[in-house]
Design a protein around this ligand. Structure first.
Ligand SMILES: Nc1ncnc2c1ncn2[C@@H]1O[C@H](COP(=O)(O)OP(=O)(O)OP(=O)(O)O)[C@@H](O)[C@H]1O
Ligand SMILES: [Mg+2]
Length: 313
């Protein structure tokens, strides 16, 4: 079987203008601009297979959006190669475009002044979606995303959550085989984040295809992605099971004890000392309950970045 996505040593360097300080600096910038390069992606290599939902995580400026743009053909890599469904994305061939979708939480695809349903019918024409498939997908997505009441409302009048749901629907009308989701839950309240998350989970369970998801919310990643690719300053730090990140990078656990007085104490202890330390705590304190927990995934990921940055210095 061939892989759905193959990235091989993908590198992207942006050329950006160097700003010089002060008024004279600005004038000199205007007359003779100086440039520096920003390496947003460095030798990114991975493969993704049919059916996978992979979390692509990293701090601001790590290179996530840049990579997704190269995978969807919006940006040309400085070096390296990409294959998505056997296509070179950069060629933007019609058979490629009709099989992928990119949803960006920060940007909209829907026409602002028109009701969402108008953008949907436009998508039907652009993607040449057969009438019966369009009808089926429209009714399925409307139902799954609870959109029936808002489809005829001008998009500018929708709430952020309603608009995000409509963005997801329009992106899926043509049944893409590869879906790039760049921060689909950004800015949503916790309830709406959960709604979008549930939708992504259900969609992934009931449809063929591969999904790459970026998010700064670890809840999204925890609930949706078995596999994560962690990227920092354009480089992949880790690619594997989320569960293994915890085992690999977090050598501590948390012992939480609830004392008879009602006070809750937490103790961070090395993994291999958990039993011994628990026994000692039980012996020495008046404890009514004890829980042993993993360190929150947010903190583990922070540790991954901290150790990567330390190694660089
Ligand atoms: N069009 C551009 N021109 C110049 N530099 C850019 C451009 N787009 C991104 N960059 C730079 O490339 C790096 C990676 O940016 P990118 O948007 O891919 O990060 P990201 O991981 O998506 O971050 P975020 O989590 O904030 O969305 C950053 O240093 C950014 O400033
Ligand atoms: Mg981004």
């Amino acid at each position: 079987m061939t892989h759905t996505i193959i990235c091989d040593s993908l590198t992207k360097t942006y050329k950006v203008e160097k700003k010089r300080p002060g008024l004279t600096g600005s004038l000199r910038d205007l007359i003779k601009p100086q440039y520096k390069s920003v390496m947003a992606a460095k030798n990114i290599s991975f493969v993704i297979d049919e059916g996978e939902l992979v979390g692509f995580i990293g701090p601001n400026g790590a290179g996530k959006t840049t990579t997704l743009k190269m995978l969807s053909g919006l940006l040309y890599p400085t070096s390296g190669s990409v294959q998505v469904l056997g296509h070179d994305p950069w060629l933007r061939e019609y058979p490629f475009l009709t099989q992928i979708s990119l949803v960006m939480g920060q940007k909209n695809q829907l026409w602002w002044d028109l009701p969402a349903i108008e953008s949907f019918s436009l998508a039907k024409d652009i993607y040449n979606i057969p009438a019966n498939l369009y009808k089926k997908n429209l009714s399925e997505l409307t139902e799954m995303l609870d959109l029936s009441k808002v489809l005829n409302t001008q998009v500018r009048k929708l709430s952020l959550g309603q608009r995000m749901k409509a963005e997801l629907a329009v992106a899926l009308l043509h049944s893409p085989k590869v879906l790039f989701l760049d921060e689909p839950t950004i800015g949503l309240d916790v309830v709406m984040q959960q709604v979008v998350r549930n939708f992504i989970k259900e969609y992934n369970n009931t449809h063929e295809g591969a999904i790459i998801l970026t998010s700064h919310y670890m809840e999204d990643v925890k609930e949706l992605c078995k596999r994560v690719i962690i990227i920092n300053e354009g480089e992949i730090l880790y690619d594997g099971l989320l569960a293994d990140v915890i085992a690999k990078f977090s050598n501590e656990k948390i012992i939480e004890v609830i004392l008879r007085s009602g006070k809750v104490e937490t103790h961070k202890v090395p993994r291999d000392e958990v039993t011994g330390r628990s026994a000692k705590l039980l012996q020495n304190l008046d404890i009514v309950d004890i829980n042993i927990k993993e360190i929150p995934i947010e903190e583990v990921i922070r540790q991954v970045f901290a150790s990567a940055n330390k190694n660089k210095k």
